[in-house]
Design a protein around this ligand. Structure first.
Ligand SMILES: NC(=O)c1ccc[n+]([C@@H]2O[C@H](COP(=O)([O-])OP(=O)(O)OC[C@H]3O[C@@H](n4cnc5c(N)ncnc54)[C@H](OP(=O)(O)O)[C@@H]3O)[C@@H](O)[C@H]2O)c1
Length: 228
């Protein structure tokens, strides 16, 4: 569950009510603060609103209302800014991460702070979802990934998910198809070699498929975020 704007503090408190009911989000996934996305281009996202949203999560953690708290789409400079005021290091940083966009700088910044990097679009959904640019190439159709998959008798998605695990990352693939959900769990009976991991790492283009956390604003999603 995510909170960042416009009033992350209030939203976070509402989300964990009533106190006597278990929320699967707080049991299974950390409560997640996003950067303030109500800002215009050029304005900082790691601002007081973001800090207040995270402070609300810290209070919920201290009160025993959630088991873990996390952040999403925080780049190294956002983590630096957050940790100037935070008292709890986020357990997880959930960021875009697939073979075409591996964000080694974010992974290093997370690791240096003991934060688990969690991949969204872990099998590259953002490289083939409609509406993000027709010139994109689906990572599911990448020749290197397909050759490695064939070598192991696995699917490209399974190779990508296995890579996340072997590289020490968490991954949250999304599927609405029961067969593909089962396929995405069946990644514990093979191992990628060092050369295969290096070959996949080498596919990184350095270009994100999704929005840039420093410039995304409500207009990007056609949203109107009312002032509190
Ligand atoms: N924190 C953030 O800012 C942020 C941003 C974007 C997404 N996310 C989260 O990240 C999660 C996953 O990311 P995502 O949905 O962008 O991308 P993804 O999980 O990499 O890809 C999902 C797409 O791949 C298909 N798929 C799933 N398993 C497959 C398989 N084994 N073989 C072939 N195709 C397969 C799905 O279709 P079917 O459903 O038809 O199987 C869907 O079209 C979502 O739960 C989302 O909420 C977070």
């Amino acid at each position: 569950m995510r909170f960042g704007t416009p009033n992350g503090s209030t939203a976070a408190q509402v989300a964990v009510r009533p106190p006597n009911r278990n929320l699967c989000t707080t049991e299974q996934r950390p409560l997640t603060a996003h950067l303030d996305q109500s800002q215009k281009p050029g304005q900082r996202r790691d601002n007081e609103r973001t800090r207040e949203a995270y402070r609300a999560l810290e209070r919920l953690l201290a009160a025993g209302r959630v088991r873990a708290i996390s952040v999403s789409n925080f780049m190294p400079h956002h983590l630096d800014a957050l940790m100037e005021s935070a008292t709890v290091t986020p357990a997880v940083n959930q960021v875009e991460l697939h073979p075409y966009f591996s964000q080694p700088d974010v992974q290093a910044a997370d690791a240096a702070r003991g934060i688990l990097t969690q991949a969204w679009s872990p099998i590259g959904g953002i490289t083939f979802y409609p509406g993000y640019g027709e010139e994109r190439k689906s990572v599911l159709e990448d020749g290197t990934i397909q050759a490695i998959a064939k070598q192991h008798g696995k699917s490209p998605a399974q190779v990508m998910l296995r890579r996340h695990g072997q590289r020490g990352r968490s991954a949250i693939p999304k599927s609405t198809n029961p067969n593909r959900i089962a396929e995405n769990f069946a990644v514990f009976d093979f191992e990628l070699t060092g050369d295969e991991l290096a070959a996949i790492d080498g596919l990184d283009t350095g270009r994100r498929g999704g929005p840039d956390p420093d410039t995304v604003d409500p207009v990007s999603f056609g949203l109107e975020i009312p002032e509190p």
